[in-house]
Design a protein around this ligand. Structure first.
Ligand SMILES: NC(=O)c1ccc[n+]([C@@H]2O[C@H](COP(=O)([O-])OP(=O)(O)OC[C@H]3O[C@@H](n4cnc5c(N)ncnc54)[C@H](O)[C@@H]3O)[C@@H](O)[C@H]2O)c1
Ligand SMILES: [Zn+2]
Length: 348
């Protein structure tokens, strides 16, 4: 059975379909499917069988976060120009969050913006990245620093694609699910603590996480308030990803270690109890997520925190758990307060 959730944004609303892909995915204009080499090898044929369009082209990018850059955007745009896509055309992002973010951006700037559809194939992209219209690429200064808001026309979440994900990739998606529970929904957290997420329980977790993400996005499309809470663990996590050249850890793994750092800060500031901190750590460990990042240089880690998009007036903005199920943004921390937390991740 296919379930439908509508994301009602101010200017446009769009459906998220959860379940099998429709047998016919119809488009009026031409279509450019953008994917990466790995997903193309496993699932592209399944997708192409469903697409009914005037013309359908495919652009295959290299696989990996290190390709989430302007060169990949350039490749998509060139393919679009070569095949004479126009403003009636649609781009389809078929892959994980990396493909989704790049394609959303490319579709947002091609001829000042054309439609795009998200068909996420990782757990992380199904519960988080494909919903809400945030698009971005990285550059040498940091992650996701170039991008725009461009909402998809539709999102098709087909859990069938998850069958070929590695265990690590699955856990990486679970990190984002745990993030949503800690920030917004204590009951969901309690429920998650008791599950081994697979089969029907994984499906239920996907559904609940999508509902949370949808609520948040509808309340705060442009991330001026509540949506910032989706960045829990990311302020630290993005620095971890950058310091390890986007190669050593998957995004969700970096977020997991980032949540542990945010929790430590929250405990030190009195927002989270040690017991709650322990419970969050346990659920991350149970899902085989890494929980400890050893900071090579505190000063350079600290400086990198300033490149976060949430910051204002050179103040780092942390999103911290305020007990489990609530959050608190935190801006006016001194360097000493932040360093006190970082010290705990520097074991020399
Ligand atoms: N826009 C947003 O709101 C948002 C939210 C969260 C994360 N993100 C971004 O998403 C990215 C992370 O997404 P991700 O974890 O999906 O990473 P990813 O896109 O790199 O995918 C992870 C790996 O799984 C492979 N893969 C994809 N689908 C597969 C399948 N069905 N079977 C087997 N392998 C498959 C990919 O090729 C890749 O090697 C980050 O760049 C992050 O910044 C964006
Ligand atoms: Zn994330």
């Amino acid at each position: 059975m296919v379930q439908r959730i509508d994301v009602e944004c101010k200017n446009e609303s769009y459906p998220i379909f959860i379940g099998e892909l429709p047998q016919k995915l119809e488009f009026e204009g031409s279509v450019l499917v953008v994917t990466n080499s790995k997903v193309a090898g496993i699932h592209l044929r399944t997708l192409l069988q469903c697409i009914y369009a005037k013309e359908c082209f495919v652009c295959v990018l290299e696989d990996g976060e290190e390709y989430k850059n302007i060169q990949s955007v350039q490749r998509i745009l060139e393919t679009a120009f070569i095949h004479k896509l126009d403003r009636q055309s649609t781009m389809i992002a078929f892959g994980g969050g990396v493909v989704g973010d790049i394609v959303g951006f490319a579709a947002g700037i091609f001829m000042r913006g054309i439609s795009f559809v998200q068909i996420p194939t990782t757990l992380l992209a199904q519960v988080d990245a494909s919903i809400g219209g945030k698009t971005a690429i990285n550059n040498k200064f940091g992650k996701n620093l170039i991008g725009l808001f461009h909402q998809p026309k539709a999102v098709y979440v087909n859990p069938f694609f998850l069958g070929t994900l590695s265990h690590r990739e699955k856990s990486s998606g679970i990190a984002e699910i745990i993030k949503m529970a800690v920030m917004f929904d204590k009951d969901f957290f309690e429920w998650l603590s008791m599950q081994n997420l697979q089969g029907s329980s994984l499906l239920e977790a996907i559904m609940r996480a999508i509902l949370i993400k949808k609520e948040v996005v509808v309340k705060d499309e442009l991330e001026r308030g509540v949506r910032m809470a989706l960045n829990y663990g990311h302020t630290f996590g993005h620095v971890i990803e950058k310091e390890t050249q986007y190669k050593q850890y998957l995004h969700g793994e970096a977020v997991s270690m980032g949540m542990i750092m945010a929790n430590r800060l929250a405990v030190q500031l009195g927002y989270l109890s040690v017991d709650e901190e322990f419970r969050i750590q346990k659920i991350l460990e149970k899902n085989d997520l890494p929980i400890y990042y050893k900071i090579p240089s505190m000063e350079s880690f600290y400086q990198s925190l300033f490149l976060d998009k949430k910051n204002e007036n050179h103040q780092i903005r942390f999103i911290l758990p305020h007990n489990i199920g609530r959050f608190i943004p935190c801006t006016h921390l001194s360097k000493a307060e932040i360093m006190r937390t970082l010290e705990e991740f520097c074991d020399d």
